[in-house]
Design a protein around this ligand. Structure first.
Ligand code: NAG
Ligand code: NAG
Ligand code: NAG
Ligand code: NAG
Length: 475
């Protein structure tokens, strides 16, 4: 659409020039309406990243017109072309690829209508020619810049310039998988139109600054895969529009926040691989929109039954593995009809594993290994067949499967047969009780089995849409 608009504008522009050429005689037709200063600034900026051999005026005499540069977009302001988008790096086959020795030339900041800059796999050289992002000049782009992205630039090192805080129109700041270090500058908190802040996959250290009170439009906050420490800042609770919160794979500690209860639109919360503690906060059960909740690998502790899981009826992924949780697996989990992944491994869960879990229509992975679950597994053969290796119950010393109802093809891996226990209990009435229950669960299976097949299609469709939406948000 924008291209088309630009095209029309180009036609109109040329028309005007040729008209004026006709009236006044002298105007050169090859001089597209782009100021020389703008064009030279563009050439020099690109040359800084691509290399001195790159001669823009030779290769692309009319960069916003008939010799477009891959990755560069322009728009017309007051009858002249200006560069609005600059993408450097191998995104398309014929994209500008970066040289070995690169520099940010000051000319970059003379492109005063620049809305979006992105660098992808550009600063890659190790050791000798690493580049830092300078602190100077960013204020010159404050009026125009809406999106700033550095992705997969392993040779981009140093700190985030505090001067990024002047970019008051910025909606997207993505510094993903670079070699950046240091602390997150509190100046980021000035960017009150920010919708996406992604600082994942760098080497950031220090605390997460408590800067979120003005970032009320933020939709995506991803600080994962760094070395951040300290506790979660309380102003996270101000991010009432937030859809995605990912601080996984850091060294964060302290309690989960009561303020989570304000994040009513949050669909993804990923806190895995940190050092959080202090038990499950009740505010989790108020994040009604959650679709993915991943808290695994934190010694959070507490009783799994303390949360009203049935409130989180949108949950698709629930991962509570390796959290030092105690208690029995609560029946409320059975109300999560969209649940596809349930991870409860490596806790201290006790009691039985309810065969009703097999009635969850979407469930395609269930891991309860490494707990203290006991008694007989009472799932149907059909369930084991459907789940295959995505059912894990090993390392529960008191758990067993009933020999008589199992065919040898679908034995639950790492679970022992119940034989010995049955022999021990044979003289006991408990044995007959178990038989009655076994019969009961078998008689239920045909009808529920049919239902789960019918709703399976729905679940996959739903999932597919979710994945699509998710990747759309990621873009
Ligand atoms: C690019 O080429 C032109 C014409 O060949 C030449 O005048 C100009 O000095 C060159 N510019 C650079 C930066 O090499
Ligand atoms: C939450 O989402 C709903 C529906 O998309 C939207 O109408 C509402 O404004 C959002 N709330 C906030 C605080 O952004
Ligand atoms: C697991 O729970 C049992 C019974 O509640 C308790 O005796 C045991 O100490 C717990 N183990 C761990 C590692 O917390
Ligand atoms: C099991 O079922 C049998 C026959 O239906 C009945 O006599 C017996 O009392 C039941 N046992 C238990 C523990 O419910």
């Amino acid at each position: 659409m924008r291209n088309f608009k630009a095209f029309i504008q180009a036609i109109i522009g040329l028309f005007i020039i040729s008209m004026s050429a006709r009236c006044y005689g002298q105007v050169e037709l090859d001089a597209a309406p782009m100021k020389k200063a703008e064009r030279d600034a563009l050439y020099s900026t690109i040359q800084g990243f691509v290399g001195d051999w790159w001669n823009g005026s030779d290769l692309y005499p009319d960069p916003c017109g008939w010799t477009p540069i891959q990755g560069v977009s322009c728009d017309m302001f007051n009858g002249f072309w200006y560069v609005t988008v600059l993408n450097i790096g191998p995104i398309h086959e014929n994209s500008l690829s970066c040289g070995r020795i690169l520099e940010f030339r000051p000319h970059l900041f003379e492109l005063k209508h620049l809305k979006a800059i992105s660098f992808f796999k550009c600063f890659e050289s190790q050791q000798r020619h690493q580049v830092t992002i300078g602190n100077a000049n960013w204020e010159k782009l404050a009026g125009s810049l809406e999106s700033l992205e550095f992705r997969s630039n392993t040779g981009l090192i140093g700190k985030i310039p505090s001067s990024f805080g002047v970019l008051k129109n910025l909606q997207s700041l993505v510094l993903l998988e670079n070699g950046l270090t240091g602390e997150i500058p509190p100046d980021i908190g000035n960017l009150n139109t920010l919708k996406r802040l992604v600082l994942a996959g760098n080497y950031f250290t220090g605390h997460i600054p408590d800067i979120f009170s003005a970032l009320v439009e933020l939709l995506i906050l991803d600080l994962s895969r760094n070395s951040l420490s300290g506790t979660l800042p309380l102003t996270l609770g101000r991010l009432t529009s937030l859809l995605k919160l990912d601080v996984s794979h850091n060294n964060l500690q302290g309690n989960l926040l009561k303020e989570f209860a304000y994040l009513k639109n949050l669909t993804l919360m990923d806190l895995r691989n940190n050092r959080f503690s202090g038990g499950l906060t009740l505010s989790i059960q108020e994040m009604y929109s959650l679709e993915e909740l991943v808290l695994s690998n934190n010694a959070i502790g507490g009783d799994i039954r303390s949360i009203k899981w049935q409130n989180l009826h949108n949950l698709v992924i629930l991962d509570l593995s390796n959290m030092e949780l105690a208690g029995e697996i609560p029946e409320s989990v059975l109300e999560l009809k969209r649940l596809r992944f349930l991870g409860l491994s490596d806790n201290n869960l006790t009691g039985k594993l309810s065969p009703k879990l097999s009635t969850l229509p979407c469930l395609s992975a269930l891991y309860v290994s490494g707990n203290n679950l006991a008694g007989e597994l009472k799932f149907s053969m059909e369930f084991y067949g459907k789940m295959g290796t995505r059912f894990g119950a090993w390392n529960n010393p008191s758990l067993c499967y009933p020999v008589e109802v199992m065919s040898t093809s679908h034995l639950p891996f790492g679970v022992k047969p119940c034989q010995e226990e049955i022999k021990l209990q044979e003289s006991n009435t408990i044995f007959y009780g178990d038989v009655n229950k076994t019969f009961h669960s078998i008689s239920i299976i045909p009808s529920s089995g049919f239902m789960s097949h019918a709703s399976y299609g729905f679940c996959w469709t739903f999932l597919f849409i979710m994945v699509l939406l998710n990747s759309y948000v990621d873009l």
